[in-house]
Design a protein around this ligand. Structure first.
Ligand code: G3H
Length: 530
């Protein structure tokens, strides 16, 4: 495998470090002169391998974290705040102002995505563009929601004007693999619905938020978006312990989600919007189109080096075709190009977590001691910031690679003779996000689909697992998710139905008419936004 150093194109060189020396609280970018943490890329800028320093971020403490909580609480102001009571069209105008400014930062953010998390250039561009599209789609969906609720209902002599209202203060924590897109998939709908927010960027993929701080500051009223930096334990824990957070919005792993939830003293106050880990299987049936199944399994298990919650993390292949599958699959894995994110055709790129190659090696060692083999030639080849995907076969339940969510480049293949074997494993698993099912015969597929939809939340027929398109529901069972994300669902996950009701009589009806004619209430309104 080639070393990680390549001639870096001029436009992608790190010429200036990003020193993030402010944090956003209460509408102000507050200067920070205290302790800072250095942010490194595992990508080398020199021929002799050396991590590249990208910049620094503030290491904030409990005091600053609680000041962000205070700012978010003040902006919500017990439901009286400017933002939670604002007219829908004015909130939309703020969001439009934000996204217009965000679009001007594409180049800077894409470059930082490549350096901070090692995502390839096309995928980094896609992450940015998909996020902008998500914001526009959210605005459109919100308008539709507003149009749908611009009316009164009457039942059993009671008039009702039903809308969706904000939940309160949202603490938002995103993951390193989609530090822009998934964080914004939480933050944007949370803001849009009138909540106030505290957002702490992920450990890797933190400097790419810097180009957006000014846009957040000047687009939304003070205290609606507060952005803090530091260690989760130091800043997120005291915020939860204060008991004033209404929603914990987190994409990451269930251990951190559980630890944070448990800090909150009022468990019924706390709503949860969580996207957590998964161990999505592929099931390849004897009559599957092997070329198609192999291509989809390659994409599913290796894109972004397997660092996706939706990645295929275990492949069940029927014993009658497994030999042929393994031969062709392994050859295709070995043909994938490893390189720096900006290099043409790089399918495998450096891992942002310095400790990841050693962890993947542990999984390989454990599996090989217990009887599996690395069946591809390059599997396990290691450089300073990478370990080439190892295809392991035959994998059994006692191996760590079967039990743990590897979130990295190692691909376990489990042979099966009876379809009940993968189905039983899925039922026993702590996870339940998606599955990929490869086959053709509808008599076999039909009962399988009917069962699989009850074990996971998306059955991908003859294709790899994925979250998109973002208008489709994205959720999971068990330790894989709480609540549902998608353009449409996220607006609902971050809000609650709330309404004004009055008995249907002349006295009340005259007041309602007055309320609407005067346009004095932002909630009671039957105006349409076109
Ligand atoms: O990390 C999990 C992501 O939600 C996966 O999203 O399927 O678009 O890569 P994706």
């Amino acid at each position: 495998m080639k070393s990680t150093f390549e001639e870096i194109p001029e436009q992608y060189k790190i010429n200036n470090l990003v020193h993030q020396n402010t944090y956003l609280v209460g509408g102000k970018l507050i200067p920070w002169a205290g302790e800072t943490s250095e942010v490194y890329s595992t990508i080398s800028s020199t021929e002799d391998y050396k991590p590249t320093l990208l910049g620094t971020i503030p290491t904030l403490g409990e005091k600053e974290a609680l000041s962000a909580l205070d700012a978010a609480c003040s902006a919500y102001n017990k439901g009286k705040g400017l933002w939670p009571t604002m007219k829908v069209e004015n909130r939309i105008a703020c969001m439009e102002k934000f996204v217009e400014q965000m679009k001007t930062k594409r180049e800077e953010i894409v470059k930082l995505l490549m350096w901070e998390i090692g995502k390839s250039l096309p995928d980094s561009q896609k992450e940015f563009d998909r996020t902008v599209e998500y914001i526009y789609d959210t605005i459109e969906d919100y308008k539709q929601m507003d149009r749908d609720s611009a009316k009164f209902e009457k039942n059993s002599g009671v008039n009702a004007h039903i809308r969706r209202g904000p939940l309160g203060v949202v603490l938002c924590l995103g993951p390193y693999n989609y530090p822009l897109n998934e964080t914004f998939a939480l933050l944007i709908p949370a803001i849009m619905m009138g909540n106030t927010t505290i957002f702490k960027p992920a450990k890797h993929g933190v400097l790419l938020i810097t180009p957006l701080l000014e846009a957040f500051r000047n687009s939304f009223p003070e205290g609606v978006v507060n952005i803090i930096y530091g260690r989760g334990r130091t800043v997120a824990a005291p915020i939860m312990q204060a008991g004033k957070v209404d929603v914990l919005a987190l994409i990451g792993n269930s251990k951190s989600a559980n630890a944070l939830q448990n800090q909150h003293p009022k468990s019924n106050r706390l709503r949860l919007v969580l996207g957590l880990e998964a161990k999505n299987p592929a099931i390849v049936l004897p009559d599957a189109d092997l070329d198609l199944a192999i291509d989809e399994c390659i994409a599913g298990s290796t894109s972004f080096n397997g660092q996706r919650c939706t990645a295929l993390k275990v492949l069940y292949v029927h014993e009658t075709i497994v030999e042929e599958f393994n031969k062709r699959f392994s050859a295709k894995v070995d043909a994938l190009k490893f390189g720096n994110p900006w290099e043409d055709g790089s399918k495998l790129t450096p891992l942002p977590e310095p400790e990841k190659p050693a962890y993947i090696q542990e999984l390989i060692d454990d599996a090989t001691i217990k009887g599996a083999k690395v069946i591809n030639t390059k599997g396990g080849e290691t450089t300073e910031n990478y370990i080439f995907p190892a295809v392991l076969f035959p994998v059994s339940k006692d191996m760590r690679v079967f039990q743990e969510e590897q979130f990295g480049p190692v691909i376990p293949i489990v042979p099966f003779s009876d379809i009940e074997e993968p189905l039983d494993d899925m039922a026993e698993s702590n996870y339940g996000q998606q599955v990929s099912l490869f086959g053709k015969d509808v008599k076999t597929l039909a009962p399988l689909i009917d069962t699989l939809v009850n074990l996971v939340c998306r059955v991908n027929l003859n294709s790899s697992c994925q979250r998109g398109p973002d208008v489709y529901p994205f959720t999971g069972r068990k330790d894989s998710a709480v609540a549902t994300l998608s353009v449409h669902d996220a607006l609902r996950s971050f809000s609650i139905r709330t309404f004004v009701a009055s008995k249907d009589n002349d006295y009340n009806n005259a007041i309602l008419k007055d309320l609407m004619d005067s346009k004095a209430s932002n909630f009671v309104s039957t105006d349409y936004i076109l």
